[in-house]
Write a protein that binds this ligand. Structure first.
Ligand SMILES: Cc1cc2nc3c(=O)[nH]c(=O)nc-3n(C[C@H](O)[C@H](O)[C@H](O)COP(=O)(O)OP(=O)(O)OC[C@H]3O[C@@H](n4cnc5c(N)ncnc54)[C@H](O)[C@@H]3O)c2cc1C
Ligand SMILES: *[C@@H]1O[C@H](CO)[C@@H](O)[C@H](O)[C@H]1NC(C)=O
Ligand SMILES: *[C@@H]1O[C@H](CO)[C@@H](O)[C@H](O)[C@H]1NC(C)=O
Ligand SMILES: *[C@@H]1O[C@H](CO)[C@@H](O)[C@H](O)[C@H]1NC(C)=O
Ligand SMILES: *[C@@H]1O[C@H](CO)[C@@H](O)[C@H](O)[C@H]1NC(C)=O
Length: 540
């Protein structure tokens, strides 16, 4: 009994739902700042305390989910903004010395804000200024620092070559630090796999301040940070990535259909066509939302309806895309005049839906993707959902104000990569990944947020029979703190790592726990959803 409760304890993170901890100016402020100064041998990292005028603007600069900008969101005691890699170990050592935890932020897109929120006193290490990108076209590689955004990376690659690219996400303000360590997928996932499949080397700071590379970190840790979420293991300074070939002409297009225009049949057919029938060079992603009807129809008067947008990204010319679609999915009616042919980098912008005339340097603007207030959850689907099932989903969506399903197509190369090759496990039979979202206007009113959050939980329950099972899987990059959360009573909630660990990582979770216990046995890098270390006495 005793030993079994000891075995379980480290796998569970206890959340005390008491008053959130608030930053105060206390005696150890000065000591922490002094520590930064005495431990820096070349330059002292910049640090901000809550009373500095820059503190709030810097804190908010990359909070992508505005749900976490409310006054009672826990805030860091210090924000440190390293400008050189050598300043990061200093920040870690000093935080540890002063009993503070750290959160690490690269691009701030974490759905649950874990890169800048903690329930214990903490230091935010913001890597937005560590964002050098060094592209070596001859070698087909690049070194990219953690705080560089995908947009900056794509721009720097395209600056050197029109036929090189990188298979990561569409949203250009996401940073490589968090994105790649959670897998990272985009419109080239069917052709090439996920971003984490293209990592050749990395620089990582351990809890004791030592900087490791691929060789010194060893195989297990190098395996773990590719899909296991790097935040559990250390601070990622930079990735060395392998570039991929992209053709000189890439085609993008989209088709929208409402229920009245036959969306249900089209979405039903899309499921098997998009992941199984079309070539790997083509991604047909899907966005489903609710729009106002502008004309009354035979089926009903004005009101709201479902609108499905099929978004095409094709590594090749428009003629060929149209040919593929005529053969596999003529009902969608893709026509050449609705297609845009462009370079790969320009197509990334077209695919995001920016106007055609948008200059490529929008990719360098770290705030040009609109921020939002939302709650999100995810599922992988591996067998087609029936039309009746789809109609049930539409019914659920129509009950909500601004719901969205953002759906990424899987299949292609993903079917042929082993689930254990790197820590990212979601391969094989998966057909597509759904990101369920409820958006609302920013408010500090708890009841409004609760209403939308309850709706999305209800939708998630509704989806149970249609999605992956044993375990029901989830995508780490679409972090969801509901997973594995068990309510004991009004004051105590548990987050059970054994539950979310299997959902995010399947059988790779066990190996991640081993790696964690070897690299960070004292659990310095911890959060509500970090990989737990096992205590030595559990191993037998
Ligand atoms: C609008 C939007 C679109 C998105 N589109 C896609 C998509 O197409 N494909 C996809 O795969 N994902 C997508 N995502 C999810 C995104 O990849 C993840 O949220 C990712 O973790 C964000 O990385 P970040 O560095 O910007 O975020 P952050 O919030 O800075 O970090 C996310 C997590 O990683 C940790 N972390 C960040 N940097 C480091 C570091 N240097 N060292 C250690 N730990 C670190 C943080 O502590 C946190 O736990 C999208 C997110 C948003 C908001
Ligand atoms: C001082 O900086 C140099 C160069 O960055 C580095 O190699 C060395 O380890 C640093 N020493 C300490 C004590 O941080
Ligand atoms: C109705 O018009 C609005 C605004 O022009 C548009 O966004 C929406 O998609 C239209 N709805 C339908 C069903 O066409
Ligand atoms: C970046 O984009 C934002 C949002 O579109 C805009 O307000 C800002 O002016 C842009 N910044 C630059 C430097 O262009
Ligand atoms: C809630 O549960 C915890 C842990 O079991 C216990 O210590 C605490 O007293 C409980 N609180 C209430 C109000 O029941």
């Amino acid at each position: 009994m005793e030993s079994s409760s000891r075995a379980i304890f480290p796998l569970i993170f206890v959340l005390l739902l008491t008053k959130p901890w608030k930053a105060t100016t206390s005696h150890y402020n000065i000591d922490f700042l002094k520590c930064l100064a005495t431990n820096s041998n070349e330059s002292i990292p910049k640090a901000y305390i809550p009373s500095s005028t820059s503190y709030l603007p810097i804190l908010r600069s990359s909070i992508y989910n505005l749900r976490f900008t409310s006054p009672n969101t826990p805030k860091p005691q210090f924000i440190v903004t390293p400008e050189r890699e050598s300043q990061v170990p200093t920040a870690i050592i000093c935080s540890k010395e002063h009993g503070l935890k750290v959160t690490v932020r690269s691009g701030g897109h974490d759905f649950e804000g874990l890169s800048y929120i903690s329930n214990v006193p903490f230091v935010l290490i913001d890597l937005a200024n560590l964002r050098n990108i060094n592209v070596d076209i001859e070698d087909n590689t690049a070194w990219v620092q953690a705080g560089a955004t995908l947009g900056e990376l794509y721009y720097r690659i395209a600056e050197k070559s029109p036929i090189h690219g990188f298979p990561a996400g569409a949203c250009h303000t996401v940073a490589v630090g968090g994105h790649i360590s959670g897998g990272g997928f985009g419109a080239m996932v069917r052709k090439y796999g996920v971003a984490a499949d293209y990592i050749l080397d990395a620089r990582l700071v351990k809890a004791d301040g030592e900087v490791l590379n691929r060789q010194t970190m060893g195989r297990d840790l190098f395996w773990a940070i590719r899909g296991g979420g790097v935040a559990s293991f250390g601070v990622l300074l930079a990735w060395k990535i392998k570039l991929v070939y992209v053709p000189p002409v890439v085609t993008t297009s989209w088709v929208t259909r409402t229920l009245e225009q036959g969306a249900t049949d089209l979405v039903h057919k899309w499921q098997s066509v998009a992941s199984r029938k079309v070539p790997r060079e083509l991604a047909i992603d899907l966005h489903i939302g609710v729009v106002d009807k502008n004309h009354s129809t035979a089926k009903g008067g004005l009101g709201r309806t479902i609108q499905a947008t099929f978004q095409f990204f094709f590594l090749g010319p428009a003629d060929k895309l149209v040919h593929v679609m005529e053969k596999e999915f003529p009902e969608l009616g893709v026509k050449k005049q609705d297609c845009m042919e462009d370079s790969w980098v320009k197509s990334v912008i077209n695919f995001l839906g920016f106007p055609v005339a948008t200059p490529v340097d929008i990719l360098l603007n770290r705030t040009s993707f609109p921020k939002a207030t939302f709650k999100s959850k995810s599922d992988f689907v591996n067998k087609p959902i029936s039309k009746i099932g789809l109609e049930g989903i539409w019914g659920m969506l129509l009950k909500e104000e601004r719901p969205e399903l953002v759906i990424g197509t899987w299949g292609g190369k993903m079917k042929h990569i082993s689930e254990h090759k790197i820590a990212f496990p979601h391969r094989g039979k998966n057909m597509y990944l759904i990101d369920y979202v409820s958006n609302w206007d920013h408010t500090n009113e708890a009841t409004t947020s609760e209403r939308h959050i309850s709706w999305i939980r209800e939708l998630y329950d509704y989806m149970t029979p249609y999605v992956s099972k044993s375990p029901r899987t989830a995508f780490l990059n679409y972090r969801d703190l509901d997973l594995g959360k068990i309510k004991i009573n009004d004051t105590v909630t548990y987050s059970d790592a054994r539950i979310w660990g299997r959902m995010y990582f399947k059988n790779n979770f066990k190996r991640l726990v081993k790696v964690k216990s070897a690299i960070d046995p004292h659990n310095f890098f911890s959060s509500e959803q970090s990989i737990p270390p096992i205590l030595p006495e559990e191993e037998n």
